[in-house]
Design a protein around this ligand. Structure first.
Ligand code: HEM
Length: 157
């Protein structure tokens, strides 16, 4: 009982950290970067983004590990099946699409700074993938949270 409560608590806190950063990326950072001048953009990408991405990807993993552990303890119902599938897809999107492409963006910025060369055109490709994948997770977070909430409160669905 107590163990389940602790795991549930870890699951919420990690989920808030993950989805909170996701909303920050979508609602705050991306629109800001769109308007920022090149020097500001570089400063934010190189100075702020690595830290934000560190918390983002590890809180995603912790959310799903805690969620999976909880699932093993409380059992499955329809809302959980749907919510957990969406959450698992979002985790894959975070680790296998967003993070590798963000790493490329960070590397391209670091290389151009070190060599004093302009940013290469391929950067746009990585930025577009990141932006599309981040938007997908943003939209998926709403049904995921709805089904997670239903799992304990409307399990008969
Ligand atoms: C693979 C991914 C996930 C799995 C396996 C999972 C699993 C679970 C389980 C087993 C519960 C407990 C249900 C109960 O008490 O009977 C739960 C609750 C919850 N989960 Fe997840 N979850 C996942 C992803 C997420 C994500 C991405 C979020 C979003 C932040 C989230 C937010 C919540 C919330 C808010 C609750 C509380 C529901 C309530 O008691 O009203 N979960 N989850």
């Amino acid at each position: 009982m107590m163990v389940s409560l602790l795991i549930r608590w870890v699951h919420f806190v990690a989920g808030i950290a993950w989805i909170g950063l996701l909303y920050y990326f979508n609602w705050v950072l991306a629109p800001f970067l769109k308007e920022a001048d090149a020097a500001t953009k570089r400063k934010v990408i190189q100075g702020l983004l690595p830290r934000a991405l560190l918390w983002f990807r590890w809180s995603a993993l912790l959310t799903v590990v805690a969620g999976g552990t909880l699932l093993g303890r409380v059992g499955l119902n329809t809302p959980l099946l749907i919510g957990a599938s969406l959450g698992f897809f979002m985790l894959l999107n975070t680790w296998l699409v967003i993070w590798p492409h963000q790493q490329k963006v960070l590397r391209l910025y670091a290389e151009s700074a070190a060599r004093g060369t302009p940013l290469p055109a391929v950067l746009t490709l990585h930025e577009r993938v990141v932006s599309a994948a981040t938007r997908v997770n943003f939209y998926l977070s709403f049904p995921t949270l709805l089904f997670m909430g239903m799992s304990a409160h409307f399990p008969q669905f």
